[in-house]
Design a protein around this ligand. Sequence first.
Ligand SMILES: Cc1ncc(COP(=O)(O)O)c(C=O)c1O
Length: 446
Amino acid sequence: MDKEYITLPKKDIPQRWYNVLADLPVPLPPPLNPGTGKPLGPQDLAPIFPMSLIQQEMSQEKWIDIPNEILDVYKIWRPAPLHRATRLEKALKTKTRIYYKNESLSPAGSHKPNTAVAQAYYNKKEGVKRICTETGAGQWGSAISFACKVFGLKCTVYMVRVSYEQKPYRKSLMRVWGADVYASPTNLTKSGKAILAQDPNSPGSLGMAISEAVEDAAMHDDAKYALGSVLNHVLLHQTVIGLETKKQLEMIGEAPDVLIGCVGGGSNFAGLCLPFIQDKIKGKKIKIIAVEPTACPTITKGLYEYDFGDTAELTPLVKMYTLGHSFVPPGIHAGGLRYHGMAPIVSLLAKQGLIEAKAYAQNPVFEAGILFAETEGLLPAPEASHAIKCAIDEAKKNEDKCVVFNYSGHGFFDLSAYDAYLDNKLEDYEYPEEKIKEALKNTPKI
Ligand SMILES: Cc1ncc(COP(=O)(O)O)c(C=O)c1O
């Protein structure tokens, strides 16, 4: 048995997703209708999501079967290998054992296809013709473009303008898979026009792009909306990551002392960690760390409140850590982490003290990413480098421990960001305290 590159046979792709809602120590606060302040029913979500995903969003079933059509597509890249980072360990002169789950081998290069394929499948099954979505760094946009191509759906992507300009080749990849891609805010939607009227040079944000995509879906009968993170059903689909990792660690006689994932909306972190939460609730000592940028410090500096998921206030209200839905994070290169909110499940776990959070500025994060590329050979996405930085800091304590992090994606489309770092042009944004204070004044009072 190879203890450094741990693979599973195809038959060990998980056949069921794990639903943590069945095991949470306290119930998740329900999403609310912003008009009435009352909890949402399935019908409230029907204009933008197919019913099977709404049912998954609200399900309390502990295990949900993965349909064969989805497993067939998962087989392209799953099960994903678990690597031991022996060369990185050596460079750090640590006795800590560092492992990483490699989610970069999917067609789009990240964990995002785990849910994109599932979402496209259920939409197709319910007769939807087109999916509207937002994307930050372009990882989610390319994942859903791929999934729509697989199941014969059209795809419209609103891509945050700053990333559209920083990462033009992500847009090319989406177009290869047949999607229409627009730099958000656009002039195509009411919400986009309103934002541009206030600030014609707006860099965009995930909150703005979500408003545009939701509006597009709500205005067209044959279209639905898909979100790449945050929602319960998205986190559910991502649990294949942690379920495989658990099996792989068991095979080599390991158990994690520390689990680490970066957090934008929380999906790759949750995908890795949720299958281990049950063990923690039962008393196992596992430190679980969510890593975010100091430029967008949702858990470390935000408030746990009901807020909108988007800028134009079109979404339901969800209870989450938030920096305020009008907050526009600085244009850091980890575009996938520029979101004002956090998944309600991840937020509740943080509130309950079952997970903790840490924030890093982008220069030390890139430094960690480069050390990883030098030692392990793989070039990380800037988002994944947040997890790497934290894993390095944990390993530097030089304890006899097992640290596992999620390598959520590769950085082959982030080379301009690496150039900027290597040319000393990367700015470390201070914690934007005043802007966040201002934005937090605008959260709805529930
Ligand atoms: C490679 C990668 N990792 C992490 C993230 C953050 O998203 P999430 O918190 O939903 O995993 C993104 C988002 O685009 C991403 O592209």
